[in-house]
Each structure stands twice: as C-alpha cells, then as structure tokens.
Design a protein around this ligand. Sequence first.
Ligand code: G4P
Length: 194
Amino acid sequence: MNLLQQKIITEGQVLSDSILKVDSFLNHQIDPQLMKYIGEEFAGLFAEAGITKILTIESSGIAPSVMAGLSLGVPVVFARKRKSLTLVDQLYSSKVYSFTKNETNEISIANSYITSDDVVLVIDDFLANGQAALGLIDIVEQAGATAAGVGIVIEKGFQNGGNLIRERGIRVESLAIIDSLSDGIVTFKGENSR
Ligand code: G4P
C-alpha cells in the first residue's frame, strides 16, 4: 500500500457507495508532504514522455500538478471554470458536464499557454465519469498539442471515466484506484478489503 492509499484509509470518509471525502488532505486542507510524494510519483511515471507542460483544472487539481511540475521542471496551466477579469485573450474552451453536480461548466485557458509544440500531461484529483479529463484533452487537441497521458490522484474504478479515456488510446496513470466504497469500506483495485 502506497502513502496515498494509507492516507485514504486513515483520513478518508466514505460518504456513500460512490463518494469518498478527502477534505483533510486534498480537497480542502492540503497535505504538502503528500502532494510532494504525489508530484514525484507522476514525474517518475511520465519521466520518459517528453512532457513540456502540465494541464489541470481549478481548484483541487492545482496542488498535485504544481508538485509534479516542480519535479518535471515544466510549467503548470490550470483551466478556469469561470471567466476571470484577466482572461481576455483568445481562449480554448470546452464544456464539462458534471454528473455529480448536474451542472455544466465551460472551462477555458488562454490559447497562448499551450501550443502545437507542447507535449501535455493532464492531471486531476479525482477521475469519476471522466468529463473533466476529457474536457482538458479536448483543449489539448484544440491547441494541436500532444496529449502524453493523464495522471489521476484517485480513480474511482467503478465509474466509467477510466474506460472512456483508455478506450481512446490515452495513457492513464492513477496513484490509487478504488474498486468499491460499499458498506463504508474502501477497497483498492487488486485488494480484497481494507
Ligand atoms: P468527472 O469529472 O470525472 O466526470 O467527475 P464528476 O463530474 O462526477 O465530478 C465533479 C466534481 O466532483 C469534481 O470536482 C470531482 O473531482 C469531484 N468528485 C467526483 N467524485 C468524487 C468523490 O468521490 N470524492 C470527492 N472528494 N470528489 C469527487 P470539482 O467540482 O472540479 O471540484 P474541485 O476540483 O474544485 O474540488
């Protein structure tokens, strides 16, 4: 069991059969030491991929992405969910539907931050239905850049996002894959029970 999985077991709260709360280290309070570990793991996994840029989405994707960017020595761009006052350049945008929240966000980045020369690693905190990651991949494709892969902190393997992205031939690396949250118990892929 890796550091992240241990943290999930000790601090994660199973809210239902499909939702895991990890506010104490990822979604609200952030554990910098754990983020450093996560960043180094992503950097190791994609060390040979020629990454020139990391693309994530605000807000919880930013912390692991910055640590991965530090390890790989590349900049990090985060897509905004709301148009900011300063986002006045030409944009790449994609619509992202959230099944969990039943709302659609238009995510955007200024087109100057990703070019056709870039080899992009997409990072996000959770992979559930895959809509956020697919929106980010759409932006990479609009820029004519190369999507080298997707790095996910926690994948919910019982939801369809991982399949949707892997089916497209895109490499997905998840540091923790949860097979089930049934009966309040976290079961990781390849494990019988916690
Ligand atoms: P998808 O992008 O994979 O399709 O996921 P979905 O629409 O279902 O998820 C919407 C938001 O809920 C995303 O955060 C996602 O990270 C988060 N989420 C999904 N499942 C879980 C879960 O089991 N636990 C937790 N803690 N979060 C989950 P977001 O709206 O982008 O929020 P944030 O990045 O600002 O924190």
